[in-house]
Design a protein around this ligand. Structure first.
Ligand code: ZN
Length: 149
């Protein structure tokens, strides 16, 4: 297992040092700001939802390596997915944090955070970005589907 831990640690540090999709989107996108006061992590997530699809997603923020690498992985995982698929991925991530072994399909980097479930205090670090995603998708729905229902 130590080899796997080492691989996982490398994946986490790679996302932490070279975050994917870091930055800001133009106006018209949904913005969600969330904090994790127990660790001091904060994230600002921006989502561009079009026709129920995550067209673009970016984040800024600061915090520990777990929170920032998780945000980086989350943006890669949900890019181009439907809002529904994005929420399903968030559910899978919650399952991962409970020690389950969900299938993330073609995006395996997320599994590098599986070890976090052994450290309850850090779970909030890892789920911060995914909670922001859930809120963003909810807000995006409210914005565009008013006329349909
Ligand atoms: Zn943290």
């Amino acid at each position: 297992m130590s080899q796997l831990d080492d691989l996982y640690r490398r994946v986490i540090m790679d996302h932490y040092k070279t975050p994917r999709n870091r930055g800001e989107l133009d106006e018209g996108s949904v913005t969600v700001n969330l904090n994790n006061p127990t660790c001091g992590d904060r994230i600002s997530l921006q989502l561009q939802l079009e026709d129920g699809i995550v067209r673009n997603v970016k984040f800024t923020g600061e915090g520990c390596s777990i929170s920032m690498s998780s945000a980086s992985m989350m943006t890669e995982a949900v890019m181009g997915k439907t809002a529904e698929e994005a929420v399903q991925l968030a559910d899978k991530f919650s399952a991962l944090m409970k020690g389950e072994n969900p299938d993330f399909g073609d995006y395996e980097d997320v599994e590098a955070l599986s070890g976090v479930n052994k450290f309850p205090a850090r779970i909030k670090c890892a789920t911060l970005a995914w909670n922001a995603l859930r809120k963003g998708v909810e807000q995006g729905k409210g914005k565009h589907e008013d006329t349909e229902e």
